[in-house]
Design a protein around this ligand. Structure first.
Ligand SMILES: [Zn+2]
Length: 437
């Protein structure tokens, strides 16, 4: 079975963006030898007891659904090893029921426009952690780590709803690290929890990716950690608007959303790009349509857009030269995605979720259930399965879908969820540097 790793994602925020990406490295990751697990003394600022909110207290942590504040396996190391590797980054570690997160950014001053959202989130946190003050003006790194833990778990619930599955559909099954994977694990199908590492600088990001995966990548990177059967994403805040909390939140959701979909029923082969990218956009734009991430290629860097209202762009596209699903389906690499493709995949996925959520859930299940004559997962013959499953789940051939979707778009559907919001200022665009591989 082929278990490749995916490519990069790229962010960008409020209106603009660009991306990056990467090429195709082989499925096997280069091991980088040994470097010791850092020996950390108690004075380290990220020991669990230092968290002002749960203080590493098992009872409080359990109430807040926090499994751990460090000490778990991460990347090819463990959190102590990553602390040793990135000694200049103060990483707050936090493990939730479904995610392992390293958060290394500093404090964040709550901006006027994000006050309502963040207060609501902090109020949720305060239900289990009384030390959290919802009206606080500056979020310290520990609080931000707890906030991202909350956001990741919310995304988890959102994905369960979209895929129409529940935890009990994925019972815990034993698996030993390093052995061949058979069957499905308890995390939507993966045996390992989903990893997220948010770093402050490109240099720390590059150091981590080179050391752990042998990659020289400057932008956000999703990766399949075969040894631990974990899908990870690594990003840094020196990309676009990612120093802004709202943009970072969207970027996290975009990338983790795609990883969750890839891991659904186990990541054994790649499903078509269009539905993964489209769902990533859909999820990110549910958070705030002003922030948009783009999987793209290094060569695609010229594609900058300040546009965040995508509905009129899709309409224009449909009037000018309507994209056809059969063509979009032919996109084989993230690097091939054009800006119009991003608009189209977002709108097509939005249409399917809005008009036939049951069909969308079933279609994704079928797409992730392709097996060969021995019953083993395979990407072979996936396009045939895609066509048959599409007809079965949506009751439409591709041309019939094109016609129905086009009509839906021209009728004014498919707008952004926060349509009523007034368009704010448009910050200057910042191209994101490319990766490579
Ligand atoms: Zn804590």
């Amino acid at each position: 079975m082929s278990r490749q790793w995916t490519n990069a994602a790229l962010p960008f925020a409020r209106l603009l963006l660009v991306a990056v990406a990467l090429g195709t490295l082989g499925p096997r990751v280069v091991g980088l030898g040994a470097f010791g697990l850092g020996t950390l003394g108690e004075e380290k600022p990220n020991t669990p007891e230092q968290c002002p909110y749960c203080r590493g207290n098992p009872e409080l942590m359990a109430k807040a659904q926090i499994v751990s504040h460090g000490g778990f396996a991460f990347g090819k190391l463990d959190t102590h090893g990553v602390d040793g590797l990135l000694a200049t980054s103060d990483i707050r570690w936090i493990e939730t029921p479904h995610f392992e997160i390293g958060f290394a950014l500093g404090s964040h001053k709550v901006e006027v426009e994000e006050k309502t959202k963040i207060r609501a989130e902090l109020t949720e946190l305060a239900a289990a952690l009384p030390e959290v003050v919802p009206t606080v003006k500056v979020l310290d790194p520990w609080l931000r780590a707890h906030l991202y833990a909350l956001r990741c778990e919310k995304l988890w619930k959102r994905m369960l709803a979209i895929l129409q599955v529940s935890e009990s559909d994925f019972p815990a099954t034993p698996w030993t690290e390093g052995t061949q994977i058979i069957g499905m694990g308890q995390y939507l199908g993966q045996f390992g929890k989903f990893e997220l590492l948010i770093l402050p600088t490109q240099s720390s990001h590059s150091m981590y990716l080179l050391n752990q995966f042998g990659l020289t990548i400057k932008n956000t990177q999703r990766w399949n950690l075969i040894q631990r059967d974990t899908l990870s994403v690594t990003m840094h805040a020196q990309q676009g608007d990612l120093r802004k909390d709202d943009a970072l939140h969207g970027h996290v959701v975009f990338n983790l959303g795609i990883n969750l979909l890839d891991g659904y029923r186990h990541y054994s082969y790649d499903t078509p790009i269009w539905i993964r990218e489209g769902l990533g956009h859909f999820l990110e734009r549910e958070i705030n349509p002003r922030n948009n991430s783009f999987d793209s290629s290094e060569g695609g860097i010229a594609e900058l857009t300040r546009k965040w209202k995508w509905e009129p762009e899709v309409k224009k596209l449909v009037l000018k030269s309507p994209p056809r699903l059969a063509e979009v389906l032919g996109i084989k690499e993230y690097a091939e995605l054009t800006l119009d493709d991003h608009f189209a995949t977002w709108s097509m996925v939005s249409y399917l979720i809005a008009t036939n959520p049951d069909g969308f859930a079933k279609f994704n299940r079928l797409l992730h259930d392709n097996v060969d004559s021995n019953g083993l997962p395979t990407g072979v013959g996936l396009l045939d399965l895609h066509r048959e499953a599409f007809k079965e789940c949506f009751g439409m051939s591709y041309p019939e879908f094109d016609a129905a979707w086009t009509t839906w778009v021209l009728a004014g559907h498919g707008g952004d969820p926060r349509k009523e919001e007034k368009e704010g200022g448009t910050p200057p665009g910042v191209p994101v540097g490319g990766g490579g591989g």
